[in-house]
Write a protein that binds this ligand. Structure first.
Ligand SMILES: [Fe+2]
Ligand SMILES: [Fe+2]
Length: 249
């Protein structure tokens, strides 16, 4: 898989990513939030602190790119809110309707940490509408900045459906759920189709620009793995009916 390119986002927006990373590392409130979260986030399901940190930093970079004309201190503060939303977005990932439940949890945690009510509302809104394939029916009542924050969180989270998915997320989820390989391979073609559909859902201009490439690279990884697994484990899989992905040679 090393022959596949890194998504252009990392090279083209390296300055935004560096700024987001530095702000994230230097923030005392984020350190406090992370220590609060360590007890809450499970690492065994592919959506723990490492996933949340990556989403946080990339959501911060997206709001920075989107807000090129916003003054420095103001954009830094929007990035901070993106970092909070990223860290908190998947606390309820193992539950049904995890986005809404995560938003409720975020409200409580941020209230406990003394955040202003307006910021709590914006961060909770972003978390509540980050789930894939759920259409947001009304625009954000808190205005365009809050909508921009929500869009950035959604897009940074869906960037993870690219190479990251097959590098670790899916394997963590399969191992957590103890799904046997033949059963997993039965669902594989439909899973790839679902991943492809996410390309149409990116929300910010930055997400629309870079997101589809993340997904295309992820799909390439997925198809190569499909071929490798079917080759390496063919005796095990042949005992079960496992349809090949149509594009797999
Ligand atoms: Fe999520
Ligand atoms: Fe997530």
């Amino acid at each position: 898989m090393r022959d596949l390119p890194a998504p252009a986002f990392y090279k083209k927006e390296a300055d935004a990513l560096l700024r987001s990373h530095r702000l994230f590392e230097q923030s005392k409130p984020l350190k406090e939030l992370m220590s609060h979260l360590k007890a809450e986030l499970d690492e065994d399901f592919g959506h723990g602190l490492s996933h949340s940190q990556k989403v946080a930093i990339e959501a911060g970079a997206i709001v920075f790119v989107e807000g090129k004309n916003t003054p420095g201190p103001q954009i830094d503060h929007i990035m901070f809110k993106a970092h909070c939303a990223g860290l908190l977005h998947d606390t309820m990932r193992k539950h049904k309707d995890h986005a809404e439940k995560g938003a409720t949890y975020a409200r409580k945690a941020l209230h406990f940490l003394g955040f202003p009510e307006k910021e709590i509302g914006e961060i909770a809104f972003a978390i509540a509408c980050h789930e894939a394939f759920r259409v947001q029916e009304t625009p954000c009542p808190m205005g365009p900045d809050a909508q921009g924050l929500a869009d950035a969180l959604y897009d940074a989270d869906k960037f993870r459906w690219g190479p990251d998915n097959f590098a670790h997320t899916v394997w963590d989820m399969v191992s957590y759920a103890r799904i046997p390989l033949p059963l997993f391979m039965t669902h594989y073609p439909r899973a790839l189709e679902g991943i492809a559909r996410i390309k149409e859902t990116f929300r910010s201009q930055t997400g629309k620009l870079y997101g589809p490439e993340f997904i295309d690279i992820g799909l390439e990884v997925g198809k190569k793995l499909d071929a490798i697994i079917r080759n390496e484990f063919s005796p095990l899989l042949s005992k079960h009916t496992v349809p090949s992905h149509p594009t797999t040679p």
